[in-house]
Design a protein around this ligand. Structure first.
Ligand code: CTP
Length: 397
């Protein structure tokens, strides 16, 4: 699953080399990026570069692929956003007049997705009444026009016409897709998955947590600009790009890692299903069944990580807990929230079928320590993750 599907159009401006960085950042943020280059653009940067960065073949021709497939239609349909960077005076003119004579201009005419353009050209070309009027026309149709900036230009002149920096293009692309970067500069810690408490060298006590919620939280936090540490029990999931992954097995190991890292974090989200009990004794050798009809397992309470975090909570630190309940959800969630000094408690009813431990969806109610609550429908875990981070960001101010 990708965060978003973006078509990145590249036209023949010297700034085309900067589009490599735009593609790279979007890929790092988990987006599917398909690059379309005009013929002139390929003279400036090789399509091979974009192919390698995005992991997708670069689209160049209208009628490439088997049976003259309609590339512009598939590209325009799957795009959630089309970015043109750099956008030359020529492509802006074509867009303004609805010309479609190559793959990129045809895709731009066919798409219903929002369009972001980052003009880049010589300042005389930019200041020409034709270009300025084309840009005004595009803006009036809802095209997002970013820049150009002024400064020294590739042609040796000074003035307006520089493409804005890749960071700004990425930032703006995310904003248009409704993905804010509110966690930029924040350090967050997320725990995920279930812990495993060993009984003997081959057996353990585990639980049904799949880790999906925690991984979605980590992924979205990266997307929102945070530095993310993910402390995870075994899940079989691939760590999202850009997170620092710390693998743990037992509840106590998770506790040690989390407590060690907690004080430097702005937000800590305990999404892990931490074992509440652990075998009092771990057999050094495999327990044999011969002559055993009934086996007693003595269990000892584990330490509650979230409660400990509540006690050592730093000023302005936001603590988020999860409460998996089967009944009296609000009552239990609020009690846990208070006892553990949690700011945001995400409660879900694990007795319902669609709470799906191994599902990509979740139905939850979010309780806030100020008494507020937010009841949510069954939504993708990623959407829930975004809502949780937005709520945490609100608390941080
Ligand atoms: N939690 C924790 N350390 C533990 C147990 C739980 O940090 N040893 C955290 C979980 O990660 C979750 C929250 O506490 O964020 C609530 O966990 P839950 O199991 O629902 O509640 P408990 O407080 O353990 O109570 P109970 O199992 O009795 O419902």
């Amino acid at each position: 699953m990708y965060m978003g599907h973006i078509v990145l159009g590249i036209t023949g401006g010297i700034a085309a080399y900067k589009a490599v960085e735009v593609a790279r950042q979007l890929i790092l943020l988990g987006h599917m990026v398909k690059v379309v280059m005009t013929e002139n653009a390929t003279r400036l940067v090789s399509p091979v570069t974009f192919g390698a960065i995005t992991g997708n073949p670069v689209a160049l021709e209208l009628f490439e692929g088997p049976h003259g497939s309609m590339k512009h239609i598939s590209l325009s349909r799957e795009a959630e956003l089309v970015v043109v960077a750099p956008a030359t005076a020529n492509i802006l003119a074509k867009m303004a007049s609805g010309l479609a004579d190559d793959l990129l201009s045809t895709t731009l005419l066919a798409t219903k997705a929002p369009i972001l353009v980052a003009p880049a050209m010589n300042s005389n070309m930019y200041n020409h009444p034709a270009t300025l009027s084309n840009i005004r026309e595009l803006e009036s149709r809802g095209v997002h026009v970013l820049g150009p900036a002024s400064g020294s230009l590739a042609c040796g002149e000074e003035g307006s016409g520089r493409m804005v920096e890749p960071d700004e293009i990425v930032e703006s692309a995310l904003r248009i897709m409704g993905m804010t970067r509110r966690l930029r500069g924040r350090k967050v810690l997320v725990t995920a998955g279930g812990t495993r408490e060993p009984i003997d060298p081959v057996r353990f006590i585990g639980n049904r947590s799949s880790g999906r919620m925690g991984y979605a939280l980590a992924e979205i936090a990266v997307n929102m600009g945070a530095d993310v540490i993910l402390v995870s029990g075994p899940t079989g999931l691939q760590a999202p790009k850009g997170v620092e992954l710390i693998d743990v097995l037992r509840a106590e190991e998770m506790r040690e890692e989390v407590v060690r890292l907690a004080k430097d974090c702005d937000v800590i989200v305990m999404a892990a299903a931490v074992a509440d009990f652990t075998p009092s004794e771990v057999s050094r050798h495999k327990v044999k069944k011969d002559n055993i009809e009934e086996l007693d397992l003595r269990l000892t309470r584990t330490r509650d990580i979230l409660a400990e975090l509540g006690k050592m909570k730093q000023k302005d630190q936001v603590l988020v807990g999860f409460a998996a309940e089967t009944k009296e959800i609000e009552e239990h969630a609020r009690r846990k929230m208070k006892a553990k000094k949690v700011d945001i408690m995400v409660a879900n009813d694990v007795s319902s079928d669609d709470a799906g431990f191994a599902s990509d969806y979740n139905r939850a109610t979010i309780f806030f320590s100020d008494g507020g609550e937010m009841e949510l429908d069954l939504i993708p875990k990623r959407d829930l993750a975004r809502i949780i981070w937005e709520a945490a960001a609100d608390l941080m101010g």
